[in-house]
Design a protein around this ligand. Sequence first.
Ligand SMILES: O=P(O)(O)O[C@@H]1C[C@H](O)[C@@H](CO)O1
Ligand code: GUN
Length: 232
Amino acid sequence: VQGHAGRLVFGDLKGKTCVCMQGRFHMYEGHSLCKTTFPVRVFKLLGVETLVVTNAAGSLADGLQIGDIMIIKDHINFPGLVGLNPLTGPNEDRFGPRFPAMSGCYHKGLRCLAMEVAKDLDVAAIMQEGVYAMVGGPNFESIAEARLLHRVGVDAVGMSTAPEVVVATHCGMRVFGLSLITNKVGKSYEDSDSVNHEGVLEVGRLRSDTVQQLVTELIRRMEINNNTSTAV
Ligand SMILES: O=P(O)(O)O[C@@H]1C[C@H](O)[C@@H](CO)O1
Ligand SMILES: Nc1nc2[nH]cnc2c(=O)[nH]1
């Protein structure tokens, strides 16, 4: 998608072997969920143990402002709830079980560590935990949709991430996720502001250094088994 570099970068980050996706495939681009999540299975086969996912998202929670960073505590996979799930079809037993659990899919230890890192980097004031919801996109939410999402407990909404996390959890990877709040999702018919992709990219540029520092320091501090890898 425009604004995503579309590169796969391999390297060593603070002593940990990492592979980084600069961009991702989205369902709204017309890709199958199998294709959008294909990189996760490639990472698994490369020996990656931990997946760090980031996204841009709109805030529904009053306490989440533009430029804030939300540690993803849990997700609501709306496409998944209606059967648009990357695990649909014959199960790939070599990766994981037919019916994988999704409770606890955002690793608690990594979430706590990220909060410690945020304090040490003096950015804790712009960080909090919350629930991310994936919707199909590509349109942003109507007011009624925004109200619905707010009522069911969504803190931030975006158009990605959940399928990758489902596939990573299925194959036993640890997952940590961050949402950068790029806009407020209008919940009132009196609101005149409307969101657009350029605004989303602009906030992304403004906060890119902070997100980079957080993720780098988190990776430096995270414990791994046998010096295996992290995918970001
Ligand atoms: O890939 P992510 O989920 O970060 O990108 C979000 C969702 C859309 O692709 C785009 C909307 O501006 O940002
Ligand atoms: N669905 C959705 N995705 C986003 N990505 C960035 N902002 C938003 C938003 O407000 N809604």
